[in-house]
Write a protein that binds this ligand. Structure first.
Ligand code: UD1
Ligand code: MG
Length: 482
C-alpha cells in the first residue's frame, strides 16, 4: 500500500524525569541503539511522506541521531505535554491526511504492527485508531475505556483513574493513527486539566468520541512491543527483549548460542552457519562473523570482521580488526583497533596488538606487544617480544619480513626493519635494521665466575653471626624491662 498521504510524528522532546539522568530519555540505549533510533528505523519501511521528530530536551543531540536517518525535527520549547507536542508538529506535516504518532520511548514496536494499525484505520474510516495492549500489570499506563467491542470512548491517565478503572488492563501504547482534519479541532478543545498542567494528546480521544467520531483500538499481537521506558527498570526490560529477539534471529540463521541469556549481541551483527557462541560473549557494533567460527566464553568483539573457521579462545577483547580464515587468537588476547590477521596466523595469551598486520601462518603466542608493525608470512615472534613504537613524541613502524625468527624477550626499537629469513637472538634490543638471512644479536656477553656463589654465601653467613648476638642481647633487655 502506498503511504503518500501518511506522515509519522515521533514525540521525543521530554526530559524523562523518572530516569534521573542528565541524558534526555530518548537518547538512552536499549538493544544497542538509542530509543529514538529504533523508532525511526521501525517506521522507515512504511515510506511515509514525512517523518517529523518533535525535539526539546537536548534537541541538538536528538536531531543528530534522527536527521541522518531522513527525519526532520521541530522544536517544542517548553514541553507542555504530548498534545502540545502535536500542535508544534502540525506545521511540518504538510498535506498529509493521516499521521502515525509514536512516543520516543517505546522502541520495541515492529513495522508489521504499524502497517496493521494503518490498515485498520483506513478500512474502519476512523478518526483515531489506538494501538493497545493487554498487560498483566498495567500500572503506569493510560487505560482504554471501551464503549463496544471495537470502539473506544476515552483514555484515562494513571493519575486520573477511578478505582473501578484501575482494574482495566488494556493500556494505551501512545501509538496512534489519526485522521488529521479530525484531530486538530478535537485537540484545540483539550485543556490542561491535570496536576502537571499539560495538554495530553490522550484527552483528544474523549473529545473525538463526544463529537461522534469513530475511535478504534487495535490490540498489539505481542504485548511486549508497546513497552515504554520511563524508568531504568523499564530500560533493562526492553533491552532484555531486544537482545532476546536478536539472539533468536541468529539462531534461526544457523548459529549455536550456549546459555543464550548470557550473550549480548548488537543489532547489526551477523554470523554465519555453524558458528558457536559460548556463554558470556558480547558481539558489538558492526561485527561480522563467518561460518564455523567459535567465539569462546567471555570474549568481547566490537566492529570485528572474522572470516570462516576462526577461533577466538576465552576472554579475548577485539576492536575494529580483521581476522581472516582459520586465525586463532587467545586465550586473553587483546586486539586494539586496526589490525589485520591474515589466514592461519595465531595470536596467543597476553599478546596485545595495535595497528598491526600479521602475515599468513605467523605466530606470536605469548606475552607480547606488537604496535604499528607489519609482519610477513610464517614468522615466529618469541615470548615477550616488544615493539618500542613510541619515543614519547611520535609513533614509528616496525617491519618484519617472511620466515623471520624473533627470539624471546626481544625489544625492537622502531623505526626498524628485519629482513626475510633473519634470526634475532633472544634477549636482544634491536636498534639497527637486520639484513635478509642475517642474525641480529644485541646483548651483553655472558661471563661465568666459578665458585663465586659459594664464596658469596660464606661471606653472608659470616656477616650474619654478630647480628644474632645482638638479637639475644635485645631479648634480655626486653625481659629486664618487664
Ligand atoms: C504516555 C501516555 C500514556 C501511555 C504511555 C505509553 C500521555 C499523556 N500519556 O504516558 O497514556 O500509556 O505514554 O508509554 O500521552 N513528550 C514530548 N513533549 C512533551 C511531553 C512528552 O515530546 O511535552 C514525549 C516524551 O519525550 C515521550 C513521549 O512524549 O517520548 C511520551 O511521554 P511520557 O512522559 O513518556 O508519557 P507517559 O507518562 O509514558
Ligand atoms: Mg513514557
Amino acid at each position: 500500500m502506498s503511504n503518500h498521504d501518511l506522515a509519522i510524528v515521533i514525540l521525543a522532546a521530554g526530559k524523562g524525569t523518572r530516569l534521573k539522568s542528565s541524558l534526555a530519555k530518548v537518547l538512552h540505549q536499549a538493544g544497542g541503539r538509542t530509543l529514538v533510533e529504533h523508532i525511526v528505523r521501525a517506521c522507515e519501511p512504511l515510506k511515509a511522506r514525512e517523518t517529523v521528530v518533535v525535539v526539546g530536551h537536548q534537541a541538538d543531540q536528538v536531531a543528530a541521531v534522527v536527521e541522518p536517518l531522513g527525519a526532520v525535527t521541530v522544536l517544542q520549547q517548553p514541553q507542555n505535554g504530548t498534545g502540545h507536542a502535536m500542535h508544534i508538529a502540525k506545521r511540518a506535516l504538510g498535506r498529509a491526511k493521516f499521521a502515525i504518532v509514536l512516543p520516543g520511548d517505546a522502541p520495541l514496536v515492529r513495522t508489521e504492527t504499524l502497517k496493521g494499525l494503518v490498515a485498520t484505520h483506513r478500512s474502519g474510516n476512523a478518526a483515531a485508531t489506538i494501538l493497545s495492549a493487554v498487560l498483566a500489570d498495567p500500572s503506569g499506563y493510560g487505560r482504554l475505556v471501551r464503549k463496544s467491542e471495537t470502539m473506544v470512548s476515552a483514555i484515562i491517565e494513571e493519575s486520573q483513574l477511578s478505582s473501578e478503572q484501575r482494574e482495566i488492563n488494556e493500556i494505551n501504547s501512545a501509538i496512534y493513527c489519526f485522521t488529521l482534519e479530525k484531530l486538530w479541532p478535537a485537540l484545540a478543545q483539550v485543556r490542561p486539566n491535570n496536576q502537571h498542567r499539560e495538554i495530553y494528546l490522550t484527552d483528544a480521544i474523549a473529545v473525538l468520541n463526544a463529537k461522534g467520531e469513530t475511535v478504534l483500538a487495535q490490540v498489539s499481537p505481542d504485548p511486549r512491543e508497546v513497552l515504554g521506558c520511563n524508568s531504568r527498570a523499564d530500560l533493562a526490560e526492553v533491552d532484555r527483549i531486544f537482545r532476546e529477539w536478536k539472539r533468536s534471529a541468529l539462531m534461526e540463521a544457523g548459529v549455536t548460542i550456549q546459555l543464550p541469556e548470557t550473550v549480548l549481541i548488537d543489532p547489526e551483527v551477523t554470523a554465519g552457519e555453524d558458528t558457536v557462541i559460548e556463554p558470556g560473549v558480547q558481539l558489538l557494533g558492526k561485527t561480522k562473523i563467518g561460518a564455523r567460527c567459535t567465539i569462546r566464553a567471555g570474549s568481547v568483539l566490537s566492529d570485528a570482521v572474522l572470516g570462516d573457521d576462526v577461533k577466538v579462545e576465552p576472554h579475548c577483547v577485539v576492536a575494529q580488526s580483521r581476522l581472516d580464515d582459520r586465525v586463532i587468537i587467545g586465550p586473553f588476547a587483546r586486539l586494539r583497533p586496526n589490525n589485520h590477521l591474515k589466514a592461519d596466523s595465531r595470536i596467543g595469551n597476553f599478546v596485545e596488538l595495535k595497528k598491526s598486520t600479521i602475515g599468513e601462518g605467523t605466530k606470536a603466542m605469548h606475552l607480547s606487544y606488537l604496535g604499528d608493525s607489519k609482519i610477513g608470512k610464517k614468522s615466529n615472534i618469541g615470548a615477550g617480544t616488544i615493539t618500542c613504537n613510541y619515543d614519547g613524541f611520535h609513533k614509528y613502524p616496525t617491519t618484519i619480513g617472511n620466515k623471520v625468527f624473533v627470539g624471546s624477550d626481544t625489544t625492537l626499537v622502531a623505526p626498524v626493519r628485519v629482513g626475510d629469513g633473519a634470526y634475532i637472538a633472544a634477549g636482544s634490543t634491536i636498534t639497527v635494521n637486520v639484513p635478509v638471512d642475517g642474525l641480529g644479536i644485541a646483548r651483553g656477553r655472558q661471563v661465568n665466575k666459578p665458585g663465586w656463589a659459594a664464596r658469596k654465601r660464606r661471606e653472608l653467613a659470616a656477616a650474619e653471626k654478630p647480628k644474632r648476638k645482638t638479637k639475644k642481647s635485645k631479648r634480655k633487655k626486653t625481659k629486664k624491662r618487664k
